[in-house]
Design a binder for this molecule. Structure first.
Ligand code: C5P
Length: 407
């Protein structure tokens, strides 16, 4: 294997039980003909020895534990300049915080701040530390600053807790290094995509509205996956408690009518995915003031008339001019899932329907996992259960195939 031939990596090894995996990573990089220079933080040196790092990289490891002599010989600035990529594995909460805050008070953080090369971090920490608002905030800052991430994985951790925080496996970090240095062509580069996501809120009066339990997780994951596949991606989302996906142009709306307006403004796309749970009805009599118990509703609870909302999916599917090449709807069903979804595909005029079972016992609505069936004109496929992110990746792979003409 010579994938990394001529490529030089600066590896910063932070502290953590998983630091030993960094040694395997060095082996993989060198096996692929890459060269590695390593910095071992003071905490990292508690878990792997400078000697073992030096033996594997073939170059004297630099650590805060050594004197300033070696720093004079090859300073941190030169070390980062000489590298094609700076990799931090394990990236501790501390190293993430230092870089997010621009601190430079030891060799590793100084080198990171001085780096003019892409930085890839492989975080590893306790679950609670990963979920701490400070770490979440720092992650957001680092992503916005252009740092890439691999992992963390989910599973049982050395501390006995379960959840995300495990250092990605060396093979996975190696894959991320290859991707960073030799990016594969993106399958949807040059394509334009539109996604709807989340619920809509249909006002009754200034403080009350109709809504549903959609979290937006599936639609947001699809938008993120389309953008990651290189598509210029537009997301129109109802009110959700999710961050905007990176690299996606997002329009926030409240009602179905707002959603239709925003969709119409960007319907000239190659693929449109309607994952939003749009409210079917709204009241035509939205009150200007809060409806009072003793007011209009004196004779008991108010009677609320309902009218149908526009069906955005059906509207877009029936466009004669500028219809997206591929229109995909979602069918949230609680019984006879496939047959209902097949009928819905025809009725709405879309090309594909992604059908899922949203009976309360499945936990799909609002949950992180899902099980779907993909219904096309030709067939109905049942996909294995997975996270909404995994289903999004699979759907985007299928979209790429279809747009590439191999549906
Ligand atoms: O008819 P039903 O709501 O089950 O259809 C679901 C599909 O139609 C989803 O793709 C949803 O985003 C879309 N839809 C829409 N506008 C509506 C209702 C549903 O785009 N008013």
């Amino acid at each position: 294997m010579t994938q990394l031939s001529g490529k030089h990596i600066l590896l910063i090894i932070g502290g953590g039980i998983a630091a030993y995996k960094a040694l395997e990573l060095v082996r993989l990089i060198r096996k692929a003909d890459g060269s590695v220079d390593a910095i071992l933080t003071r905490a990292g040196a508690e878990f792997v020895t400078p000697m073992s790092v030096t033996a594997l990289t073939g170059a004297q490891v630099r650590t805060d534990l050594f004197d300033l002599g070696e720093e004079a010989e090859m300073g941190h600035i030169e070390a980062s300049r000489a590298a094609d990529l700076v990799v931090v594995a394990p990236a501790t909460a501390d190293l993430m915080a230092k870089l997010a805050g621009g601190l430079a008070n030891d060799l590793a953080s100084t080198t990171l701040l001085a780096a003019d090369k892409p930085v890839l971090m492989a975080p590893a920490m306790n679950v609670a530390m990963w979920h701490h608002p400070a770490t979440v905030r720092n992650l957001g800052i680092l992503i916005a600053d252009g740092v890439s991430f691999v992992g963390p994985g989910e599973g049982e951790m050395a501390c006995g807790e379960f959840g995300p925080g495990r250092l990605a496996e060396p093979e996975e970090i190696f894959g991320a290094i290859i991707e960073a240095l030799l990016p594969t062509p993106k399958p949807l580069a040059g394509a334009r995509a539109l996604v709807t996501s989340g619920p809509t809120h249909e006002p009754i009066d200034p403080v009350r509205y109709f809504a549903n339990r959609s979290s937006g997780k599936q639609g947001h994951a699809i938008a993120a996956a389309l953008a990651a596949a290189g598509a210029e991606t537009y997301l129109v989302t109802g009110p959700v408690a999710l961050a905007d996906p990176p690299g996606v142009a997002v329009t926030h709306v409240q009602t179905a009518r707002d959603m239709l307006a925003a969709v119409s403004a960007s319907a000239k796309v190659d693929v449109a995915v309607f994952a939003a749970a749009v409210a079917d009805w709204r009241t035509p009599d939205e009150a200007d003031q809060k409806i009072k118990k003793g007011g209009k509703a004196k004779a008991g609870p108010p009677k609320i008339d309902l009218v149908e909302n526009p069906d955005i999916l059906a509207v877009v599917s029936s466009l004669s001019e500028d219809r997206p090449g591929l229109v995909i709807g979602f069918a949230a069903e609680t019984e006879n899932i496939i047959s209902h979804a097949k009928a819905k595909r025809k009725r709405k005029g879309c090309d594909w329907m992604v059908a899922n079972d949203v009976s309360p016992e499945t936990g799909i609505m609002g949950g992180d996992r899902t099980r779907v069936h993909l219904i096309t004109e030709a067939q109905a496929e049942t996909w294995p259960e997975g996270t909404k992110t995994e289903i999004a990746a699979r759907l985007v792979a299928r979209i790429a195939l279809a747009l590439g003409g191999e549906s």
